[in-house]
Ligand binder design. Structure first.
Ligand SMILES: Nc1ncnc2c1ncn2[C@@H]1O[C@H](COP(=O)(O)OP(=O)(O)OP(=O)(O)O)[C@@H](O)[C@H]1O
Length: 624
């Protein structure tokens, strides 16, 4: 696991520490990839996006042709000068013409191959990165549910979007430039050596400090851009959270506080970027100084060598061209290095997502399939603790008979939702087993499990689409007529007809165009269409008008018939109607039985039982 990143911590929390430093040292539940070296990152990146390497041989060949073409021009200039214009018998127009043609051809060839190479790199980069993005996005869905709860959404989104964009920019522009630059520098050096080893040595000496310090810059830039990428994640988190929670922000008038957090996240990002770019600027300036020295040195030493006749004027002129070919890429190389570090930092974060193991293994088609019919459930000595925390469920040993209606009650935080999540295999127990019809739930194929077991959460998520589409998530193959029939079976036919556009009513983002009670009806309808054998309901506590509440009650009644149902009961009237009630207290099952018996149970010293207390406070609340 990693040591840094976009975790759920507020980077602005401790004013005494530098937020940028803080960001560099934060912990997360998703792999940061920080421990992977630059080359290993690129190798892994290629494994995840094989398209990037497809046809690379031809692309490299085109790059070499393009680079070779550039060196032809200075050589043609030197030849024109020394053997054409300064020819012993006067100007040799034929030779000058040939050289001009050669230079022209070289320019056209260079242009054509550069174009083809860039087009090929563009295509393969975009294909490869689309694959990477798709893989990363798919994997986000497989991440541990617990992780998804704690990892800030904005930061996760930034890994799949802006981090991949950074990689894309580098692969398309940086890599092209990098390939051309390396080839150009090597070839320029070879040709320079042919002309004059003294001048070549001078150029290399001028650039030596830059070359030597490149490794140092590369390391510093790598760290600096790692922090930049994480600050982008934090910034997106800070911005997206209040957008999602806009109503809370407005209701509590905390715009000012929210804005401060966003401003702070932007400031941290700005500070991190400025720090990183300061390094780039420094290395860039060093490149400029080296280039200036090399240019001046070549001219002075070239002319001095020329006085002795050791070098011709054509060669000095060609050398000046060649130094330009040498200087440009080396100076820009620092920019490429910067892009590379930024991209590698982004690449690591995307790979970090892919390297975070999925929490639940789907046994796939080789796993067991659950047969139809009301389901029998057994919890065998089940304990569960969230990562880094203590056990929140302890030694739960329960059998739920098929077809029974079970209500689960307990105080807030007693473990009811955790029990429901284990029952539906949204998480696996820390110890013990959950059996459905006698089969360990870990051995059941996901497809079969999700068909047979349905959880209706308190606030079902609705997608910004029509009501029909949302209901169909229960059964994607259901026809319109089947949806209408399901609604009628649940007694919701007239409610549907009363909606402005019936099943075609748009529900808005997260279903915000519907009332809370209506959203619950959609969730129930969705569950009914799914037709599960085990129905797990987290009963909503939101107050709805009495007519709607009765409607929901009737729909629930029909929904539960003929199947095993487990309801996390917040209204104890639900517990009164259940076949059996299971009472949780601080992670343990402390009572079980029918409502009437449980209310009567007394503890030692004639204290009321947990259920009796819960019931008494509920009755008192109803009387208010
Ligand atoms: N994602 C999580 N990470 C860490 N701890 C958690 C997480 N979810 C729940 N817990 C802890 O586990 C315990 C049991 O929580 P659970 O949600 O199961 O209680 P509950 O009985 O359903 O409560 P409520 O009635 O308020 O929904 C609580 O102490 C809670 O703080």
């Amino acid at each position: 696991m990693s040591t840094s990143t976009d975790s759920g911590t507020d980077p602005t929390a401790d004013p005494t520490t530098d937020p940028v430093e803080q960001l560099a040292a934060e912990g997360t539940s998703v792999e940061s990839g920080d421990e992977i070296g630059a080359w290993a990152t690129m190798r892994q990146g290629l494994v995840h996006s094989p398209e990037l390497a497809e046809g690379f041989g031809l692309t490299l060949f085109l790059a070499l042709v393009g680079t070779g073409g550039r060196v032809v021009v200075p050589v043609a200039v030197q030849q024109t000068l020394d053997r054409g214009i300064n020819a012993p018998g006067g100007i040799d127009y034929g030779f000058v013409g040939q050289m001009a043609l050669l230079a022209g051809l070289a320019i056209v060839l260079t242009g054509a191959s550069s174009y083809l190479m860039t087009a090929r790199l563009f295509t393969s980069a975009e294909r490869g990165l689309a694959t990477l993005r798709t893989k990363a996005f798919r994997h986000v869905h497989d991440l541990p549910l617990l992780t998804q709860n704690t990892e800030r959404r904005g930061a996760l989104v930034s890994r799949v979007t802006s981090d991949v964009d950074q990689v894309s920019q580098f692969v398309v522009f940086g890599l092209v430039f990098g390939i051309i630059s390396v080839g150009q520098v090597l070839l320029a050096t070879v040709v320079m050596l042919v002309y004059s080893w003294e001048l070549t040595l001078l150029v290399w000496v001028c650039f030596a400090p830059l070359f030597i310090s490149l490794r140092y810059f590369q390391r510093r830039l790598s760290l600096a851009y790692g922090v930049v990428r994480r600050s982008v994640g934090s910034m997106l988190s800070a911005i997206s959270e209040p957008v999602v929670g806009a109503v809370t922000v407005r209701t509590y008038a905390i715009e000012e506080r929210t804005q401060q957090r966003i401003d702070e996240a932007i400031r941290v990002n700005q500070a991190a970027s400025t720090r990183a770019q300061g390094l780039t600027a420094f290395s860039f300036s060093l490149g400029g100084v080296s280039a200036g020295l090399a240019n001046a040195g070549v001219l002075i030493l070239g002319i001095w060598l020329g006085l002795d006749g050791g070098i011709t004027s054509g060669q000095v002129l060609a050398f000046a061209f060649l130094v330009t070919l040498f200087v440009g890429p080396v100076q820009m190389g620092t920019q490429v290095l910067t892009d590379a570090q930024n991209a590698i930092a982004g690449w690591r974060r995307v790979i970090g997502i892919l390297d975070t193991p999925a929490d639940l293994d789907d046994p796939g088609p080789s796993g067991s399939s659950l047969s139809r019919g009301a389901m029998d459930v057994t919890f065998e000595d089940v304990s569960f603790g969230y990562p880094g925390g203590t056990l929140v469920l302890r030694e739960v040993d329960q059998h739920l008979a098929s077809g029974s209606r079970i209500a689960v009650v307990g105080e807030t935080g007693s473990g009811k939702t955790t029990f429901a999540k284990l029952l539906t295999r949204l998480m696996d127990p820390t110890s013990g087993r959950v059996l459905l019809d006698g089969v360990d739930v870990r051995e059941v194929e996901f497809a079969s499990l999700r068909r047979r077991v349905v959880l209706v959460p308190q606030e079902g998520f609705l997608f910004d689409s029509s009501l029909l589409d949302n209901v169909r998530y229960g059964d994607l193959d259901a026809t319109r007529a089947q949806v209408v029939a399901a609604a009628t079976e649940l007694g919701l036919g007239d409610w549907l007809e009363g909606l402005p556009h019936g099943l075609d009513t748009r529900v808005g983002q997260r279903g915000e165009s519907l009332s809370a009670g209506e959203r619950q009806l959609v969730a129930l309808l969705r569950a009914h269409l799914a037709d599960p054998d085990l129905l797990v309901l987290d009963e909503a506590t939101s107050a709805v008008d009495p007519a709607l509440e009765m409607r929901i009650g009737r729909a629930l009644e029909r929904l539960m018939s003929g199947r095993t149902s487990v309801t996390i009961a917040h209204r104890l009237s639900t517990a009164e109607q259940a076949d059996e009630v299971i009472v949780f207290d601080r992670g343990r099952v402390v009572q079980r039985g029918h409502h009437a018996a449980l209310v009567q149970e007394r503890l030692e010293g004639d204290e009321p039982s947990v259920y009796a207390r819960l019931h008494a406070s509920w009755v008192a609340q109803q009387a208010l």
